[in-house]
Write a protein that binds this ligand. Structure first.
Ligand code: ADP
Length: 474
């Protein structure tokens, strides 16, 4: 592709030059010739008419000698570089500007036919065989007493017209060459603005195709080519980033699967080889069971995320009372809260507050947020769940006064598998998937979720949901 595009353009350039030459050599040449011939014929015809009306007609009307008319014709011959004749209607040559008067030997033009010019006033040829070279011959009748007495014929050699024509054509050829050289500028522009940037883009695509997604290239122009380059570079960066994410993701998954599997394997082997005596089986089997539960949770979380990530996930939307869902979710944590002596305070707007969303998914969101709030709260603290309605939206807030999230971690907590260092000690069973699932669910609804947190003070997660238009709809 690289070579041919340039060659094609070069070929087009040469074809342009060739056709330019052909046009000048054919059309322009014949048009110039025609124009010069007509112009010369016009001028000579005017001259012939003048002679026919003056000196030549004097020859028939007044007593003017042939010699004196011949002198005039000779002068005009030199002036016009043309041969002037006066012939009578039967073709007898009366006067010739280029040969002396010879009454004895009359020259008669055989087959002379004054209508040879047809509708025109000139003819090109050998004038009834009188010349060996082509002539442009112009006729003007000499009339006296309404009778045609003879003709003034002016012959101009076609060679002279060809010489002038060639002179003009040479100028055209010169112009063509200048134009051809000037159009080299287009070739230079093409090379600089299209060909070279395109070559850089092609090189980059080759690198990307070979898997080198971190290959960098620069195109400075701000036109379509520049835009193409920037888009391509952006695309490669995105692919590289997603590849890196994928690698990180696989590493995280493997790591998170390996640790429970290692501990399960370790305990089971110890039981089999007798390192753990049968009286401790119950204790260690409980640990093994907890680890398998963690693996199940991890697998379920991954599956949920995978489904959420598929573009255009189907949400089973309906209008439901969010206050009731909150009450039920809070109730399901009663046991855990009692153990940690944590209270959940519900500050709900109205008795019923209808939103339009996928109830099961929102339940999961509330579950994840409340689970985290309890996990990261210190005993004897209060968790507040609040609903407010504003601008056709319902805002749900889950606020705890727990360990809080370090400022640097705030952006990262939404990433898959992210667990802040401070949380690791408190929460050994967390998968780091809860908040990414939560975020995906809320985004799938076209809504937003935010966090406000201060380390050591507490965290507040707020998400929005659309108010159900018709509260009775279900
Ligand atoms: P996990 O299942 O491990 O809790 P999440 O995605 O739900 O994973 O949370 C990611 C991390 O965000 C947690 O490990 C924790 O560090 C931080 N986090 C989430 N919620 C809170 C909270 N209410 N208080 C403090 N830290 C939190």
């Amino acid at each position: 592709m690289r070579k041919t595009l340039y060659l094609k353009f070069l070929l087009a350039y040469l074809i342009f030059g060739f056709f330019g030459f052909v046009v000048v050599a054919t059309f322009v040449s014949s048009m110039t010739m025609e124009h010069l011939k007509r112009e010369k014929a016009d001028a000579l015809y005017r001259e012939a008419t003048l002679i026919a009306n003056t000196y030549a007609s004097d020859l028939y009307n007044v007593e003017t000698s042939l010699e004196s008319v011949k002198k005039q014709l000779d002068a005009l011959d030199t002036y016009l570089s043309a041969r002037l004749w006066i012939i009578n209607p039967s073709g007898r040559l009366i006067l010739d500007s280029q040969s002396p008067i010879d009454v004895e030997n009359e020259t008669v033009i055989s087959d002379f036919d004054p209508t040879v010019t047809e509708t025109s006033y000139y003819t090109v040829g050998y004038f009834f065989g009188s010349f060996t070279e082509e002539q442009l011959s112009v006729f003007a009748p000499i009339t006296s007493n309404y009778k045609v007495r003879g003709y003034v014929v002016i012959h101009y050699p076609m060679v002279n017209i060809s010489i002038s024509c060639n002179g003009l054509l040479n100028i055209s050829y010169l112009m063509l060459v200048i134009l051809f050289l000037l159009s080299l500028i287009i070739l230079i522009f093409f090379t600089e603005m299209v060909y070279l940037p395109l070559r850089r883009i092609t090189e980059a695509t080759e690198q990307y195709a070979a898997g080198n997604m971190h290959y960098e290239f620069q195109i400075d122009s701000e036109d379509e080519i520049g835009y193409l380059g920037a888009t391509l570079s952006y695309m490669a960066n995105e692919i590289a980033r997603s590849e890196d994410d994928q690698k990180k993701f696989v590493a995280n998954v493997s790591h998170d699967f390996r640790s429970p599997l290692t501990s399960i394997k370790g305990y089971l082997e110890a039981m089999l080889d007798g390192t753990i005596p049968p009286e401790f089986y119950e204790k260690y089997l409980t640990i093994v069971l907890n680890e398998t539960e963690r693996l199940t949770k991890l697998t379920n979380g991954l599956l949920t995320l995978n489904n959420l990530n598929t573009k255009g996930i189907l949400l089973d939307k309906s209008a439901f009372n969010i206050n009731m869902v909150i009450r039920n979710t809070a109730a399901s944590f009663e046991g855990t809260c009692k153990n940690k002596t944590i209270a959940i305070e519900l500050i709900l707007t109205g008795d019923e507050l209808y939103v339009n969303a996928d109830v099961e998914k929102i339940q999961q969101v509330l579950y994840n947020l409340l689970d985290n709030a309890i996990k990261f709260s210190s005993p004897d603290s209060i968790i507040k769940i609040e609903t407010t309605e504003k601008h056709n939206k319902v805002f749900v807030s889950v606020k705890d006064s727990g360990i809080g999230i370090p400022k640097d971690d705030l952006k990262l907590i939404w990433d898959r598998f992210y667990k802040s260092d401070s949380s690791r000690g408190k929460d050994k069973r967390g998968t780091g998937l809860g908040l990414s699932i939560t975020k995906e669910i809320i985004h799938a609804h076209g809504e937003h979720i935010n966090v406000i947190s201060t380390e050591g003070v507490g965290s507040e997660f707020i998400f929005s949901l659309p108010v159900a238009e018709d509260e009775n709809e279900d």
